[in-house]
Design a protein around this ligand. Structure first.
Ligand SMILES: Cc1cc2nc3c(=O)[nH]c(=O)nc-3n(C[C@H](O)[C@H](O)[C@H](O)COP(=O)(O)OP(=O)(O)OC[C@H]3O[C@@H](n4cnc5c(N)ncnc54)[C@H](O)[C@@H]3O)c2cc1C
Length: 486
């Protein structure tokens, strides 16, 4: 009899694990809390007066350095995969800067006081400063200041980071900086002054893949394929308990069954193995352990606009602390099919904590606030009068200075269950991109199929202390013109 696998969550990691198990002939059931698949990579459709609009949960793009994964996505999506070019800017104190920061652009746009401060940092301070090692426990602020100088930190990082995470950047782990900042240091910024072949810095992927009908299209297609091949996906299933038992042969604890609620009724499914892609602290709690790990949430403000283009920018980073959002996005910059012909839309990512004032802010009050901010940013007031908001509770694993120790305790706790493999962004409590979550899903299935315990490798997968988006295998020269958008 084939083994019964239960996968918790139908996001990218869960679906990829299901794919691998299905190929190997295993019985797979995926339990998903939402009515849709794709997790944070899903796309919502909004029927407006002027037609259909699509909004991701925070605009996504697909980049990877894994040729096999890219081939998998290409085969899955065929003609529905477009190529888009990323244009990002930083909006700060009424000025607009290129992102990532480039000296030429800084020289043209920044006020003299900022330039003077950055120059003093570059020439007189940074060369003499002791840089904390990647392994040391330095915090985000320290990491940035010792690489970019205090002036750039104060101007471009402090306010934005404080707003995004809701904590003082000195309380934030340096891990976030080392994996997320697209330039290595101020010298790297300076190097960009000198025109070289291929002006894109080595740490920045400019072109990316994007599905025609929104990022989520990849996962609805994958889920359809899985279901056609016999995988069971239970939507609307909220996992409420993990029944613990004992594996006497291995002398280890195990999960015997997973309990979930669906339409007010309680169900239970027996399992040989469990793959958990739902948040690590949630699984800890379901097995009686309080990890102390938390998440930063996002509320998305989505609004159709009665105009063809708002700007040419895919992302606008909103650094001013007084603006409510952290990023302003225009979905049709990724695919023209995200809004009806001649129309566009905007989406603003608003950081919050579940249950706080922003999370609960009444829609009309939020609309007023957003309109005020858009006006400040010079976006014309041409909305169709329609808007809606969505939420992501588990947007960012809270990487404060104490998170690593808590995470390790959570991992140790869950390792007692011999048949439970945690994987994906939520399951491993990591700030990772979709491609890495998909790879982790495959790894989880491979380990179980081969009978190998690769749980530590999954937790550490692509844990390089460098920028995650360093290299995309996307080759500019191979970009087919007919698929190129924006
Ligand atoms: C604002 C934002 C922008 C991003 N941009 C990019 C980008 O441009 N490119 C990129 O590659 N990545 C991006 N990411 C990261 C990407 O979204 C994640 O890496 C990816 O979604 C991780 O997949 P996952 O399957 O591990 O987790 P998830 O997508 O979170 O899937 C977990 C699933 O578990 C389900 N679940 C949770 N709790 C329960 C429960 N109790 N019972 C049942 N089901 C449950 C959830 O509903 C969800 O479907 C971005 C993330 C955010 C927040």
């Amino acid at each position: 009899m084939s083994k019964q696998i239960v996968i918790l969550g139908a996001g990218p990691a869960g679906l990829m694990a299901a794919w691998e198990f299905n190929q190997a002939g295993y019985q797979v059931t995926i339990l998903e809390r939402e009515e849709f698949v794709g997790g944070m990579c899903a796309t919502q459709t909004f029927q407006g007066e002027k037609g259909e609009y699509r909004f991701d949960y925070g605009g996504h793009r697909f980049i990877t350095k894994n040729p096999k994964l890219l081939q998998f996505i290409d085969d899955l999506m065929t003609d529905d995969l477009l190529y888009a070019e990323r244009t990002s800017v930083i909006r700060f104190k009424g000025r607009t800067y290129n992102y990532p920061l480039a000296i030429g652009n800084l020289l043209r746009n920044a006020p003299i006081s900022l330039l003077a401060g950055a120059a003093i940092d570059l020439v007189f301070k940074l060369p003499f400063q002791k840089r904390p090692s990647e392994q040391s426990t330095s915090n985000f602020a320290e990491w940035i200041e010792t690489r970019f100088g205090t002036t750039l930190y104060k101007n471009f990082f402090e306010g934005y980071t404080g707003k995004l995470w809701g904590i003082d950047p000195r309380q934030l782990s340096a891990d976030w900086a080392s994996q997320r900042i697209s330039l290595l240091d101020l010298k790297d910024v300076a190097r960009r002054l000198i025109p070289t072949r291929g002006a894109t810095p080595r740490t920045y992927a400019k072109k990316y893949r994007y599905p025609k009908l929104g990022f989520g299209q990849m996962y609805t297609k994958l889920a359809d394929k899985l279901q056609a091949q016999g995988v069971t996906i239970v939507r609307g299933a909220n996992i409420t308990a993990l029944e613990q038992g004992r594996d006497d042969l291995k002398n280890k604890s195990r999960i015997d069954a997973v309990t979930y609620e669906l339409n007010g009724e309680t169900f239970s499914v027996n399992c040989d193995h469990v793959v958990g892609t739902i948040p690590l602290p949630v699984v800890c709690k379901l097995t009686g352990f309080d990890s102390g790990l938390t998440y930063r949430s996002l509320r998305f403000f989505n609004m159709p606009m009665d105009i063809e283009n708002v700007s040419q920018n895919t992302w606008q980073y909103l650094s001013d602390p007084e603006l409510i959002g952290t990023r302003l996005q225009e979905p049709r910059r990724r695919s023209p099919f995200m809004a009806p012909k001649g129309q566009t839309s905007v989406m603003i990512e608003i950081p919050c904590n579940k249950g706080d004032d922003v999370w609960h802010m009444d829609n009309d009050k939020l609309l007023k606030r957003v309109k005020q901010d858009l006006d400040h940013l010079g976006v014309p007031d041409v909305s169709t009068g329609e808007f809606f908001t969505t939420y992501t509770e588990y947007a960012y694993p809270m990487m404060d200075v104490s998170y690593n120790a808590k995470r390790e305790r959570a991992i140790t706790h869950l390792n007692q269950f011999g048949n439970l493999v945690m994987t994906g962004r939520q399951g491993t409590f990591r700030y990772i991109f979709t491609d890495t979550a998909m790879e982790m899903g495959l790894m989880a299935a491979e380990g179980i199929i081969k009978g190998e315990d690769n749980r530590r490798q999954i937790f550490d997968h692509r844990n390089e202390k460098t920028v995650i988006e360093v290299q995309s295998i996307m080759d500019d020269k191979k970009t087919p013109e007919d698929k190129h958008v924006a």
